[in-house]
Design a protein around this ligand. Structure first.
Ligand code: SF4
Ligand code: SF4
Length: 176
């Protein structure tokens, strides 16, 4: 498979197809990938950065803000459109991190992201678009220094996710 064919394989198509491909790759290569020291190290970095971001979000009570927002008519922002931002490698990274990646039961399948669970997003590694989105409900109630901390934690997570994605791309270039 050429690099451009691989990019099309990983980054295009419906989310259900991308999830199916990520599962196939996990079954076929998961054990091998989880024995690679560089992959394991980067996976540890991603998890640590995700925990740091969660702590920051917790300190800002973002869970409560989003729960209240989502309970309003037309509220929430985890839409079925956003679900499409998930690509094969990012879903595979979640599987490698031990996340049970599966489509959630939704009240409205046409509107809501299929990875939105009862207590929020089920994914440890989320698309860049999701991680970078901070709406006015969040921005308006925080001071600039707090928002800067949130951005820094988000950036650290995104950089480590990109590092892991790069390792997976290199691996699949040689093995697909
Ligand atoms: S990020 Fe903003 S729009 Fe999305 S659920 Fe939270 S409060 Fe609502
Ligand atoms: S944060 Fe998670 S549940 Fe929300 S849109 Fe992104 S992937 Fe879907």
């Amino acid at each position: 498979m050429t690099r451009s064919e691989m990019y099309a394989y990983f980054y295009s198509g419906e989310v259900a197809l991308k999830l199916a491909v990520s599962r196939e790759l996990y079954v076929q290569f998961g054990n091998v990938l989880l024995q690679q020291p560089d992959v394991l190290t980067q996976l540890t970095n991603v998890k640590a950065n995700e925990r740091a971001l969660q702590r920051q979000m917790g300190a800002m009570t973002m869970g409560l803000t989003c729960t209240q927002c989502a309970s309003r008519q037309g509220g929430g922002c985890c839409s079925s459109f956003m679900a499409g931002e998930n690509d094969v490698l990012q879903l595979l990274m979640n599987l490698l991190a031990g996340v049970q990646v599966q489509v959630q039961v939704q009240q409205d399948e046409q509107q809501e992201c299929c990875f939105l669970g009862m207590t929020g997003c089920i994914l440890t590694m989320k698309p860049m678009f999701c991680l970078n989105y901070n709406c006015s409900y969040i921005k308006d109630k925080e001071v600039a220094t707090t928002l800067l901390l949130l951005e820094q934690r988000t950036a650290a997570l995104l950089v480590s996710q990109a590092g892991l994605e790069g390792l997976l791309l290199d691996f699949f270039c040689e093995n697909l």
